[in-house]
Design a protein around this ligand. Structure first.
Ligand code: ZN
Length: 424
């Protein structure tokens, strides 16, 4: 009996290790020390990169005020290290590190880095800040070695408790060696550390969906209204789409600048108050519905024009929620606004993701093409197509067109291609 228990424990241990080692996604194992009052952070980071992500050159970005004291790859320093200033527009204060391996590497690799520094420089629009009053560390700095090509990854971040600061990171948390460790439940695309003296976490779950609302100032009426709204929206998605999206957090950001943003599994909003929310309820429904739908719509590379799949479907899903909640007329009002906005704009086809009209192309034009597709196929068939795209994890335009051809025939696929190119 005793042996059986030991065996079970050992196999559980192996199972939990292999989950990490065999993970198909990059994995960050981070120890973070930080002092918000001094704007100081110190990081010990081990990054495991699976073989399918490997090339002979690895690129990372780190905030330029963070001094690197240790860097090894698989325990050695057999590589060339080049540094340069950032070439990514949303990380203007970052340093670009390029590691070129001595020998071609075709297997999984572990990069170990240690660095520290006081972060005092960030741009006026930066949603990443560090201060005693409010800390929100994310990729805009970036505070962890970020590779924008990774897309999704997992993390485990251990933090020692800090006096007078409550901390929140997306995922599950548990105590490990006097530290609180935060661990992703599913892959995401940023590591956002939030902290403040008054930070509170309101947790709830309805059915399969676990919700954390992280806030400093929300009264109960607002917390309950947000919970109900998020549950209603995710309830619809779980009805329409394959099962998923069972954990989400909404964070009240205490910044005055920088606006809101969403990550896979998390929404970070600044300036949200009861007055604002109850005064513009429908506006928030659309916003929340769009962001929550990204728990399903995230497979395309967000740095390329294929991002129309993420954003077009996310926005159209949000419009479908509006139609369900507030009726056909309100839905059509949004359609007309978008039709007005896209007049004279370029086609979606190969549109530059950082081009001048990117917002209109990806958030107005792409959902309008999906609206046309829904009109062509009928609502039930359109939902089946959405489902198919999700089940098949479609992340490129050619795969989407191929799926459309298989499901609806050559003619519909050719028509859709022409729509993307603005030829019909
Ligand atoms: Zn979006």
């Amino acid at each position: 009996m005793k042996q059986t228990v030991v065996l079970i424990i050992i196999s559980m241990f192996i199972a939990s290790c292999s989950k990490r080692i065999d993970s198909q996604y990059p994995f960050y194992d981070i120890d973070l020390e930080f002092n918000p009052g001094k704007q100081y952070i110190a990081v010990d980071c081990q990054l495991d990169i699976p073989a399918n992500y490997r090339s002979d050159t690895l690129v990372f970005y780190l905030h330029r005020q963070l001094a690197l004291s240790e860097l090894t790859m698989d325990g050695n320093k057999k590589f060339i290290l080049n540094t340069d200033s950032s070439d990514i527009r949303y990380m203007p204060f970052a340093t670009r590190y390029e590691i070129i391996a001595d020998n071609p590497v075709h297997q999984k690799v572990s990069v170990h880095m240690e660095y520290s520094g006081e972060i005092t420089e960030w741009s006026g629009w930066s949603p990443s800040v560090i201060s005693k009053e409010w800390t929100e560390l994310g990729l805009y700095y970036p505070w962890y070695p970020l590779n924008s090509d990774f897309g999704l990854f997992n993390y485990e971040v251990g933090i020692s408790p800090i006096k007078n600061q409550n901390i929140f990171l997306m995922g599950s948390s548990f105590k490990k060696n006097d530290r609180i460790t935060y661990s992703t439940d599913f892959p995401t695309n940023d590591i956002v550390v939030c902290a403040s003296e008054d930070l509170k976490i309101f947790s709830d779950s309805v059915g399969e969906c676990k919700l954390d609302i992280v806030h400093n100032t929300f009264p109960d009426t607002l917390l309950h209204a947000l919970r109900d709204e998020i549950n209603d929206i995710s309830g619809l998605y779980n009805k329409w789409f394959p099962e998923g999206g069972n954990r989400i957090c909404l964070v009240e950001s205490m910044r005055e600048q920088g606006g809101g943003y969403a990550r896979l599994g998390g929404i970070y909003l600044s300036g949200l108050s009861s007055e604002d929310y109850f005064g513009s309820r429908k506006k928030y429904t659309r916003y929340l519905a769009h962001e929550i739908s990204h728990l399903w719509w995230y497979r395309a590379d967000a740095n390329t024009w294929h991002d129309w799949i993420n954003e077009g479907f996310a926005e159209y899903s949000a419009l479908m929620v509006l139609r369900d909640f507030y009726g056909q007329e309100y839905f059509e009002k949004w359609i007309s606004m978008k039709q007005e906005a896209v007049k004279g704009k370029a086609p979606v086809w190969h549109y530059d993701r950082s081009g001048r009209d990117a917002h209109t192309i990806f958030y107005d034009k792409a959902p309008l093409i999906l609206y046309d597709l829904e009109n062509k196929t009928g609502r039930d068939e359109f939902r089946k197509l959405m489902n198919k795209a999700l089940v098949q994890e479609i992340g490129t335009t050619s795969l989407f067109l191929k799926m459309l051809e298989e499901e609806k025939g050559e003619e519909v696929a050719a028509w859709f291609l022409k729509k993307l190119k603005d030829e019909v």
